[in-house]
Design a protein around this ligand. Structure first.
Ligand code: AMP
Length: 401
C-alpha cells in the first residue's frame, strides 16, 4: 500500500463539502521575553501550503490540531495554542477559532455552523490521553472529521492518539500533507540507494543519543566525518588525550564498540582542534589530535575542516546532523560554519540537514537556502534514517485495527 498525499485526486473527492481533520506540528519556540510572541514561525509557515491546498478543495470545515510544549496532561494557559491561531489567522486572512479544549462540548455546534471555516483545537497535550495513545480519545478527535490529513512530521516518531491511534478511524481516508511529502521524499534519498559517494557528518554533544544513527549510517555511508564533542570519545578510545573535553566513560565504551568493527575504516576524526583553558574562554589552536591535559576542545581545527571539506567535495549525497563545536560562541563557530559553506557550494550533491542544532547553525550561517532539504523534525528525521520509517507514517500508510 502506498502512502497517499493530499495531492492525490482521491483526496479532493473525499474533502469537498466535508470536514477535514488535520494534525500539524505547531510546537513552536516562544520568545523568552514575550510569552505571547512566536520566536520562530518556521513550523507554522511550513504548514501553510497544506492548509491552503486543503482549502482549495472547498471542505465544509477544516479542523486543525497540534500539541504544544509539555503541559503534562493538564490545562495550562502557558501552553495555549492562541499565539499560533492568531498568527495563522493573519497569514491566511481568515478567521481561526480556537476551542477551549480539544474535547469542548461547543465543538459540535461549531461544526454545524456555516462559519467559521477553520477551527483549531486547543493543545492536545492538555489531555493525558494524547500521549497515552488512548483509543477513546482518538475516537473523540476522529469524530470531528470525515477525512484525516497528517502533516506533523516533527511528531511522526511519537505513538500518540493524534499521530497513531487516530488512524484506526480513517481507513482509506487518511492522507499525508505537503510537508510530510517533502520530508519523506528527501529522507528516502538518504535511506534508499543514496547516490554515491555518500558522506555523513555527525557532530553535537552526546554519543549515546546518536549511537543508533551512527551504526545505521555506517552500513550505507562511504565516509562518516565526526566532529563536535562527539569526536572526543572516539579519540580517547584510540588512545589520544582529550584534556577536559566533554566526554563520558559510557560514550568511550560505545565508541570502542564501533571502532572494533570493520566500519572503523569509514570513520574520519579530527586531526587538530580549537581548545581553551576554560569553557568558552580564549581560543587556542592545537595542531594535532591530542588535546593537552589542562584544555577543553571546543571546535575542529583548520586542517580538520579542510580534510572534511575535501571529503564533502567528492560527495553526491550528504547528511549533516550536529554542529562541529560550540558554535553558539562565535570564537568556536568556524568549523560548523565552514561545513555549512562547503555544503552550500556543492553543486551536484543532495544535501540534507537534520537535527535541531545543525538546523539552527545553518540558519545562523545564512546558507539555509542552499541546502537541498532541511528537516523540520530533528528526532523524527534521525529515527526515520535509523528505522526506514516512523510509527505515524506507518499507521497512515497501512492503517491500524
Ligand atoms: P546535539 O544536541 O547533540 O546535536 O548537541 C548540540 C550542542 O553540542 C550544541 O549546543 C553545541 O554547542 C554543543 N557542542 C558541540 N561541540 C561541542 C564541544 N566541543 N564542547 C562542548 N559542546 C559542544
Amino acid at each position: 500500500m502506498a502512502l497517499k498525499f493530499i495531492t492525490d485526486e482521491s483526496f479532493g473527492l473525499l474533502a469537498k463539502d466535508k470536514k477535514v481533520l488535520a494534525r500539524f506540528d505547531f510546537n513552536v519556540p516562544m520568545d523568552k521575553n514575550d510569552p505571547t510572541k512566536i520566536a520562530d514561525t518556521t513550523r507554522v509557515d511550513e504548514a501553510l501550503g497544506t492548509i491552503k491546498t486543503i482549502l482549495e478543495y472547498k471542505p465544509k470545515k477544516l479542523i486543525l490540531m497540534s500539541h504544544f510544549g509539555r503541559p503534562k496532561g493538564k490545562i495550562d494557559p502557558n501552553f495555549s495554542l492562541e499565539p499560533v491561531a492568531k498568527y495563522l489567522a493573519e497569514k491566511l486572512g481568515l478567521e481561526v477559532v480556537l476551542t477551549e479544549t480539544a474535547l469542548d462540548r461547543g465543538i459540535k455546534t461549531l461544526l454545524n455552523l456555516n462559519e467559521p471555516k477553520i477551527i483549531m483545537l486547543q493543545n492536545l497535550r492538555f489531555h493525558q490521553e494524547e500521549e497515552g495513545n488512548d483509543r477513546e480519545f482518538a475516537r473523540s478527535l476522529a469524530a470531528y472529521g470525515d477525512v484525516f490529513v497528517f502533516d506533523a512530521f516533527g511528531a511522526a516518531h511519537r505513538k500518540h492518539a493524534s499521530t497513531y491511534e487516530i488512524n484506526a478511524f480513517f481507513k482509506n481516508k487518511a492522507f499525508g500533507g505537503l510537508l510530510l511529502k517533502k520530508e519523506v521524499e528527501s529522507l528516502e534519498k538518504i535511506v534508499k540507494d543514496p547516490a554515491k559517494p555518500f558522506v555523513a557528518i555527525v557532530g553535537g554533544a552526546k554519543v549515546s543519543d546518536k549511537i543508533k544513527i551512527i551504526e545505521a549510517l555506517l552500513i550505507s555511508v562511504d565516509k562518516l566525518l565526526i566532529g563536535g564533542a562527539m569526536a572526543y570519545p572516539f579519540l580517547k578510545a584510540q588512545g589520544f588525550s582529550i584534556g577536559h573535553s566533554l566526554c563520558s566513560d559510557e560514550d568511550v565504551s560505545l565508541a570502542k564498540r564501533i571502532l572494533a568493527t570493520p566500519a572503523k575504516n569509514k570513520i574520519v576524526l579530527p586531526s587538530d582542534h580549537i581548545a581553551s583553558e576554560t569553557f568558552g574562554g580564549t581560543p587556542i589552536e592545537i595542531g594535532n589530535a591530542s588535546i593537552p591535559e589542562a584544555m577543553i576542545g571546543l571546535d575542529i581545527g583548520p586542517a580538520t575542516l579542510q580534510n572534511y571539506c575535501d571529503h564533502l567535495n567528492k560527495a553526491k549525497t550528504v547528511l549533516w546532523n550536529g554542529p562541529m563545536g560550540l558554535f553558539e560562541n562565535s570564537q568556536y563557530a568556524a568549523g560548523t560554519f565552514g561545513i555549512a559553506r562547503a555544503l552550500s557550494n556543492l553543486e551536484n550533491a543532495f544535501t540534507l540537514v537534520g537535527g535541531g542544532d545543525s538546523v539552527s547553525a545553518v540558519n545562523a550561517s545564512g546558507l539555509a537556502e542552499k541546502m537541498s532539504h532541511i528537516s523540520t523534525g530533528g528526532g523524527a528525521s534521525l529515527e526515520y534514517i535509523e528505522n526506514g520509517s516512523l510509527p505515524g507514517i506507518q499507521a497512515l500508510k497501512f492503517g491500524i485495527d
